[in-house]
Each structure stands twice: as C-alpha cells, then as structure tokens.
Design a protein around this ligand. Structure first.
Ligand code: E4P
Length: 226
C-alpha cells in the first residue's frame, strides 16, 4: 500500500518526502485554509509537486455544479497539467468525472462513505476513489469495514480504479486499510510521524549505543595499559 501525505503544509510535505515514505499528496480546501491566507494556492501546489518529484498530487475543485467544476479543472490544468482533479461525490461531480475521463484527465472522487458511492465513481471513469474512514468512525460506523467492502468488490469485479483510504486518524487505521487491501492511504503528517515511532526502537537503539560506548571505553583502557 502506498502512502500519501494529506496536507498543504510545505514543511510537513518536505519532511515526509525527504524520508522517502510518501509517493503523493492530497490537498483539500480545509487543509489549504489552515495555511497562511496570503499563500498563493497555485504557487503552493507547484512547490509541493516539486518536493514529491512527480508523484501523485490531487487538487480539489470548490464548485458544486458540473460546468463550474469543469471550468475550474481547465483553469488548474493550465498552470499544473499533471494535476489529478479532486471532485466531490455528488451528481454534478459524477458528470464532471465522466467528461474529464473522456478527455483522459485523471480524477479523484472524494467524500466517499459507502461502497455504492465508490462503485458509481469508478463507473463514471475516476481512476481514484477516496473512501473516508475517520469521519465514518466519528458517527459510530465502521470506516475500515467500508474500505474492506470496497476492496472485496474491486477484487470480485476486477475493477481498475485505485482505492485511496482517506480521513485517517491514527496508525491503526493505516494497518486496517493495508489489511483490507487499499492501494493507497492518504495520511495526515502527524499520524505519519506517529506511525514511524516505537518505544522499543528508541530503547533498543539507546542500549546498542551504550554497549558500543562501553566496549570502546574498555578498548581505550586496554590500549592505555599496553
Ligand atoms: C482526503 O483526500 C481528504 O483530504 C482527507 O483525508 C480528509 O480527512 P479528514 O476527515 O481528517 O478531514
């Protein structure tokens, strides 16, 4: 399962990209709104794209009608031809996906909360379907189970679009999505960093370093004697 970072923060993306663990970035209007309001969105997106060296980068539209979404997509593609256009899972969005797919422009359908929505997005022609896990858990539904349902259907029906597990809240979500068979998990920076940590790794490294230092000290003592 590939990992993307779900962020619009340049320092977070720079750090995650330097570790070599992410192969793409997803942004959304809320993530961009968390950044400095004076930020030039197109400049920021191009900066991010440079950091991920040609990886996946989804840019979301904010129109809610098909024509508006297509106009926005057109505009985005003028300054960023490699963009994957992120489209909400609404009827107008499906129409836009159908048209963009006809033009061979990649789309990522976002705000998917059920297997039937995922199926519709795939059938409209989206190469990426984003299934939200954490927001389902928030309303006492089982987000991982929905990812599992989508993955099972994809296997049975041999469907092509890539399943992105989104709205990831903690490292156990990453494991659940990987076990379910998601192609990609898009993970907030904080959760990505948490997922790298283990107290036994830190304790183990400290004891290796202590033992190495002890051995060096013994060697130095022996040399001094001779
Ligand atoms: C997906 O692409 C979205 O940007 C994202 O995963 C939303 O997650 P949230 O529920 O933490 O806002």
């Amino acid at each position: 399962m590939q990992l993307y970072v779900d962020s619009a923060n340049i320092n977070e993306i720079r750090h995650a990209a330097a570790l070599g663990i992410v192969s793409g970035v997803t942004t959304n209007p809320s993530l961009l709104a968390k950044e400095d309001p004076s930020v030039d969105v197109s400049k920021r997106i191009l900066e991010i794209y440079e950091l991920i060296e040609g990886g996946h980068l989804s840019v979301e539209v904010v129109s809610t009608d098909t024509d508006g979404m297509l106009r926005e997509a057109d505009e985005i593609l003028k300054w960023f031809p490699e963009a994957t256009i992120k489209i909400p899972m609404i009827e107008g969005g499906l129409r836009a996906v159908k048209e963009l797919s006809r033009q061979e422009i990649p789309t990522n359908v976002t705000l998917i909360f059920s297997a039937t929505q995922a199926l519709a997005a795939n059938n409209a022609g989206a190469p990426y379907v984003s299934v939200f896990v954490g927001r389902l858990d928030d309303i006492s539904l089982d987000g991982i189970q929905v990812v599992q349902d989508v993955c099972d259907i994809w296997d049975t029906q041999q469907l092509d679009s890539q399943i992105i597990a989104a709205s990831i809240r903690h490292p156990i979500h990453i494991i659940g999505c990987a076990q379910a068979g998601a192609d990609i998990a898009t993970v907030p920076y904080k959760v990505l960093m948490q997922s790298l940590k283990h107290p036994l790794t830190d304790a183990g490294l400290q004891s290796f370093l202590n033992d190495h230092a002890k051995m060096q000290a013994e060697k130095a003592k022996l040399m001094a004697k001779n």
